[in-house]
Ligand binder design. Structure first.
Ligand SMILES: Cc1ncc(C[n+]2csc(CCOP(=O)(O)OP(=O)(O)O)c2C)c(N)n1
Ligand SMILES: [Mg+2]
Length: 366
């Protein structure tokens, strides 16, 4: 190589023609803050605190139930990441689509799904949100535009692009919020999907919950470029931004801006959310790849603790209110669990249902 060679100067931001008209190529990785900052009300803050606490207690009960062998299949807990689902979904409208990967309990609860059908789904019961056939990784509620719960890493990202395409084609006022883990970033599906979203300026927010690990592999051992927010601007014309995923308020404000940006027809966005899972990858993870000290360092920034501190500083809650709220949530979780526990399993011939959209006659048992 010529030692006098200097790399070419970076191409300046220019207007380029795309399939859907001119866009400004975005080499800058921050997005314009479009929406005026609207501070959440005390009741909203309290509601988010409640939701995060409900997710955590739900997950703790899931872990217990799993150990009692009530849960079939895999189970990936969301403990530590609660602020991401709660803060982001709070900034959406009910018509916006939510689609996520297999660590989906928090998103389903933040979207307003009842927890009894979620427990029932984990236990394989007929009253489960997916009739007991999906399990932990396939929570789903069409009525709430919560479109899963997907087990294949990166497999749902093209589906999110399809949803964005449909919304744009039908001129519907909808935004798609698509969550995935840092492990999905190097999947081909991610790159194919983001290329199309960038090309057609689809109303999609791609949100990577970067918890530092894909199963037991640290991101630095899996990715050539670990500053994820940089990876879609130059490549696909989709600006990226980084946010503290342990801060519910930061998540809310950032998503509010992002949703406004997409709704205004500016195209897609990519959000890198720095977060951390306190539990293992799944229930059967001995966690040999990290130390207790590392987990402890993140727990010092616990998202529920941080919001609680803010609520106390604003005199919205005190010890008595915190205790009452936690007891109320505990009762709600126990009641929902008991309901699911006592529910029937699906009848055996249910195995033939929900296989095809238009059932093939021999399987059409009823
Ligand atoms: C295509 C595909 N390859 C491998 C797996 C096995 N697998 C399940 S979870 C996982 C790690 C994904 O990590 P990440 O995307 O960071 O999500 P997190 O578990 O951290 O939420 C892998 C490799 C899979 N489900 N799908
Ligand atoms: Mg991860």
């Amino acid at each position: 190589m010529d030692p006098t060679h200097k790399p070419a100067a970076r191409e300046p931001a220019v207007a380029k023609q795309t399939a859907s008209g001119p866009i400004r190529m975005n080499f800058v990785t921050t997005i314009v803050e479009h929406a005026p900052k609207v501070e959440p009300s005390p009741s909203q803050l309290l509601d988010w605190y409640r939701q995060m606490s409900l997710i955590r207690q739900f997950e703790v009960k899931c872990a217990q139930s799993y150990q009692q062998q009530k849960v079939g299949g895999f189970c990936h807990l969301y403990v530590g990441q609660e602020a991401v689902a709660v803060g982001t979904i709070a900034a959406t409208r009910p018509q916006d689509y939510i689609i996520t990967a297999y660590r989906d309990h928090g998103h389903a609860i933040a979207r307003g799904m009842e927890i009894a059908p979620l427990f029932a789904e984990l236990y394989g019961k007929a009253t489960g949100c997916s009739h007991g056939k999906g399990g932990s990784m396939h929570f789903f509620d069409k009525s709430k535009n919560f479109l899963g719960g997907h087990a294949i890493v990166g497999g749902h990202i093209p589906l999110a692009v399809g949803l964005g395409w449909a919304a744009k084609y039908r001129k519907e006022d909808r935004v798609v919020l698509c969550y995935f883990g840092d492990g999905a970033i190097n999947q081909g599906s991610f790159h194919e999907a983001l290329n199309l979203a960038g090309l057609h300026k689809l109303p999609c927010i791609f949100l990577v919950e970067n918890n530092g690990y894909g199963m037991g592999t640290h991101i630095h051992r899996a990715s050539a470029v670990t500053d994820l927010k940089l990876r879609t601007g130059d490549a696909y014309g989709i600006p990226g931004k980084e946010v503290d995923g342990m801060d519910c308020l930061a998540m809310y404000h950032m998503t509010r801006d992002a949703v406004e940006y997409c709704r205004a027809g500016n195209g897609s966005l990519f959000l890198e959310v720095k977060t951390y899972r306190y539990r293992g990858h799944s229930m059967s993870d001995p966690q040999k790849y990290r130390s207790k000290e590392e987990v402890g360092r993140f727990q010092e920034h616990d998202p529920i603790g941080r919001l609680e501190k803010l609520l106390r500083a604003k005199s919205i809650i005190d010890d008595a209110k915190v205790n009452a709220l936690n007891e109320e949530i505990h009762q709600e979780v126990e009641k929902a669990h008991a309901l699911a526990d006592g529910a029937p399993f699906p009848p055996a011939d249910d195995v033939w249902r929900d296989v095809y959209a238009n059932p093939y006659p021999p399987y059409l048992k009823r």
